[in-house]
Design a protein. Structure first.
Length: 127
């Protein structure tokens, strides 16, 4: 496989600690209506592909209504969101694990990994 012999770790750029939070439009509950949405409701320009975002979702509709802080999270990099689910590591379009319960997307910084290295890392996590 293309991943044989590769040692892939999570390397982040140093400037990642000072990145601003992307704009989100919140509803009356204070929840965002999806990632990268500006004040007028238009999808903002995408972050650079190497930006790593943590997507947070309310765990269930009941935890959302009761405001219990129980969440599902996914990590977005290179325009795919990856998460642990019932069948192991899975992926979806960013912010669409459960778009009705998406709470917010938090920038974690930029990765130094290439798309191929991310692929290998995800493949390793699936084992």
């Amino acid at each position: 496989s293309d991943c044989a012999g590769r040692s892939v770790g999570l390397r982040m750029h140093e400037e990642s600690r000072t990145l601003p939070t992307p704009a989100h439009r919140g509803n009356q509950d204070g929840h965002s209506e999806g990632p990268h949405v500006d004040a007028d409701g238009w999808r903002a320009a995408r972050d650079p592909e190497d930006m790593v975002l943590l997507h947070m979702y309310d765990l269930t509709y009941l935890t959302k209504l009761s405001r219990l802080p129980l969440f599902h999270v996914g990590v977005e990099v290179f325009n795919r969101e990856r998460f642990f689910g019932v069948w192991g590591v899975q992926s979806c379009r960013p912010g669409h694990y459960s778009q009705y319960m998406h709470r917010e997307a938090v920038p974690l910084g930029r990765t130094r990994l290439t798309p191929g290295e991310v692929y290998c890392l995800v493949a390793k996590l699936k084992k």
